[in-house]
Design a protein around this ligand. Structure first.
Ligand SMILES: [Zn+2]
Length: 299
């Protein structure tokens, strides 16, 4: 089976690994981002290529945060984390003259692809609960991009009319209530002193601080409704929840599974289909490798 190099561009580091979706990763490592610029990112990719030069690879998959216009794979819109990257494709990071195929996609899409593949699902939704809300939709075994690459923005579906401000410029989005940063901003606006705490401390404290418990519970309740809406719309085999928020126990998968069916049309009511993501911080790298396999038809 052919092996590929998967690269996942994160907020603070690049993760990478070589392998295939059947046997997993033969190696996995991270390189911290010291400077956010195109040349610094190109330098990190050059380092990665040196690290894997002894491994026989058949192509590279790259996962990037942000919205990628498809099929050219250019980052579009506002990207406060990587402003220098807007208008460019992650392919620009690969040295000129590199002659293997390079495939790119959004990081949440690749997480959904890797997890759907591991759960043996051809129809699945992946949701990551972290500083934002990431979403990827897999239909017929492939990432669904929509007409322009803008599909799967579940985090910016408006859940509350005229609600909290969101980073996207709208109000009342799911992300403004259910993401970790959304919860922090809501706490800060209420003058509650917990917004600066690390996530594990924040989660531990909710058991004894009623106002904190309420804000987190509201986030979970809106997430449950959003999950139900996604199930109603797409009828997936599974909804796979991951990201730091789920890994650390911000939300309870059992409660999500118990309550989501209450918001489904009665004819659709079904058994628990929400599961926890299994690959943790390797999902993006494995998804990038799975993307290479799907695109090159080597499976
Ligand atoms: Zn939004």
């Amino acid at each position: 089976m052919k092996r590929y190099l998967g690269i996942d561009i994160g907020a603070s580091s690049f993760k990478y690994g070589v392998g295939d979706s059947k046997h997993g990763l033969q190696c996995f490592d991270t390189i911290r981002i010291k400077e956010k610029s195109l040349s610094a990112f190109q330098e990190i990719i050059a380092q990665i290529l040196v690290h894997v030069q002894d491994q026989e690879i058949s192509g590279i998959g790259i996962g990037s945060p942000g919205t990628l216009r498809m099929p050219e794979g250019k980052l579009v819109g506002v990207n406060p984390n990587l402003p220098f990257f807007v208008g460019l494709s992650p392919r620009e990071l690969i040295p000129k003259g590199f002659d293997l195929p390079v495939y790119v996609d959004n990081d949440a899409n690749l997480m959904a692809l890797a997890e759907a593949n591991s759960y043996n699902c051809s129809e699945a939704i992946g949701l990551t609960i972290g500083s934002g809300i990431g979403c990827g939709i897999v239909i017929n075994g492939e990432i669904y991009h929509g007409a322009h690459g803008f599909a799967s923005e579940a985090g910016h579906c408006i859940m509350i009319f005229d609600g909290e401000e969101c980073s996207c410029g709208q109000r009342g989005c799911l992300e403004a209530y259910s993401s970790v940063e959304g919860i922090r901003r809501r706490l800060q606006r209420r003058g509650l002193p917990y917004h600066a705490l690390e996530l594990p401390e924040l989660i531990a404290l909710r058991a004894v601080k009623q106002e904190l418990y309420k804000v987190i519970e509201e986030g979970e309740n809106l997430l449950i409704r959003a999950v139900a809406n996604l199930i109603t719309l797409l009828d997936p085999q599974k909804v796979i929840l991951g990201g730091g928020g789920m890994d650390l126990g911000l939300y309870d998968i059992k409660r999500i599974n118990r309550l989501a069916p209450k918001y489904l049309p009665k004819a659709h009511s079904q058994a628990a289909i929400c599961v926890l993501a299994g690959f943790g911080n390797r999902a993006g790298v494995l998804g990038a490798i799975t993307l290479c396999e799907r695109k090159s038809g080597s499976e």
